[in-house]
Design a protein around this ligand. Sequence first.
Ligand code: AR6
Length: 177
Amino acid sequence: MSDSTSSRLRVVQGDITKLAATAIVNAANSSLLGGGGVDGAIHRAGGPAILDECRQIRARQGGCKTGEAVITTGGRLPAQYVIHTVGPVWNGGSKGEPELLAACYRNSLALALERRLESVAFSSISTGVYGYPKADAAAIAVREVRQWLATHEWPQEVVFVVFDEENNRLYEQALAG
Ligand code: AR6
């Protein structure tokens, strides 16, 4: 990794709803109608404007498929936008989970490029209720974001927001490797 790429990438431990990034990335589900985990926290903190826009997207394109991403307002969040991506449910690893998880990162970054978003903060997609093994998920997240930053100017900065100590350690390891 070049120095210019590593300086555009960091790990922060805490609540993603408090982060003043240009966009934060939500671990949503295909309905786009909200749920528990980070999704629930984002809708609670951001208020009803986010769900309103999710409903409009649903009406237009029928939700969001696994591996894809859509963008809405951040409502009352410090972040301007929320990118909603739908991670794969872990099902043993031979059902295309790694490719789908990688697609979540790439498709979210593609939205950031399209809109020239300065900074994007990712939650650890699929590593909660969806049960993706955390070390493997961290390795995929770091690999995809590094590859993207090495070849694209936007977003200018990416933050991995980890909630728990275990993920913090795993991301630090993945970034050091
Ligand atoms: N800030 C940052 N990270 C968080 C926060 C927070 N406030 N809260 C939880 N995490 P999950 P998934 C971490 O379960 O596995 C929802 O119901 C958490 O520790 O939120 O992709 C959706 O509607 C974990 O590492 O998402 C879907 O139905 C990570 O966020 C389903 O869950 C992701 O955990 C998606 O499951």
